[in-house]
Design a protein around this ligand. Structure first.
Ligand SMILES: C[S@@+](CC[C@H](N)C(=O)[O-])C[C@H]1O[C@@H](n2cnc3c(N)ncnc32)[C@H](O)[C@@H]1O
Length: 228
């Protein structure tokens, strides 16, 4: 085990904005965690909650939290050493509207209650090209049906990705389960960027760790925004 990972895990234990309930309590005992209680117990306000699923280092979680102090942001990933960076930055900057949750997204319904969440960002999710059922691809209808159990009516799902398959599947699959595609581009930094307002341009220019890698390889970044 790398010393760096161990150090980050130990620091995560001390960070007030990191939540790491035992996953086995959810899987084996059917327990829930903060379900329906994030406003009251964690953020102490009633502002909209936005999730970044598979958040990695949490660039969107922290980047959006800086821009929107009147919304709450939760980055979720199974790898705590990755979101350690975002959690530490949020603490150093005194951002009260940021939390990170360590869990597997398969079990996400144990953590959020009906109508608790207003928006979801799926940033450069693992593409899982061989996942025909969709139960490993967190942008699939199999997952979106789960998300609907805690999303408010008219909630928004954003997908940002380099993979053409993820983009094309989202464009086809999301309408098939009743989602309305409100905006999309197969080249977000091309002419499309100048068709959206300045606020959205600024949001779309947040670059995650994986996005930066793919941009160095000249991959073209795609974006879909759907309303449930
Ligand atoms: C390709 S990385 C992208 C990370 C980040 N969003 C970015 O753009 O830099 C995918 C991330 O999703 C996480 N992940 C994949 N499947 C997951 C699951 N089922 N539950 C929780 N996290 C998952 C991985 O740990 C990883 O950090």
């Amino acid at each position: 085990m790398g010393k760096d990972k161990l150090k980050k895990w130990a620091e995560n234990e001390q960070f007030h904005n990191v939540h790491q309930p035992p996953l086995m309590d959810v899987i084996k005992k059917g327990l829930t965690y903060n379900k329906g209680e994030w406003h009251e117990k964690v953020f102490k306000n009633n502002n909209p909650i936005v999730l970044e699923l598979g958040c990695g280092k949490g660039e969107y979680t922290v980047g959006l939290a800086r821009r929107f102090p009147n919304k709450n942001f939760i980055g979720i990933d199974v790898k705590g050493h990755r979101f350690h960076k975002g959690a530490k930055e949020a603490i150093q900057e005194g951002l009260p509207n940021v939390a990170f949750l360590r869990t597997r997204i398969e079990f996400i319904e144990a953590y959020f209650g009906k109508d608790e969440v207003s928006e979801i960002w799926l940033t450069f999710s693992d593409p899982q090209p061989l996942d025909y059922i969709g139960n490993r691809r967190i942008t699939s209808p199999w997952y979106v049906e789960k998300y609907k159990n805690f999303l408010k009516p008219q909630a928004i799902i954003h997908i940002k990705h380099d993979n053409p398959g993820i983009y094309e599947k989202a464009m086809k699959e999301l309408p098939s389960i009743g989602c309305n595609i409100e905006a999309h581009s197969d080249d977000v930094y091309g002419p499309y960027l100048h068709t959206v307002d300045e606020e959205m341009q600024d949001i779309l220019k947040i670059r995650t760790f994986y996005e930066q890698m793919w941009l160095k390889e000249n991959r073209i970044i795609k974006y879909v925004r759907a309303r449930i």
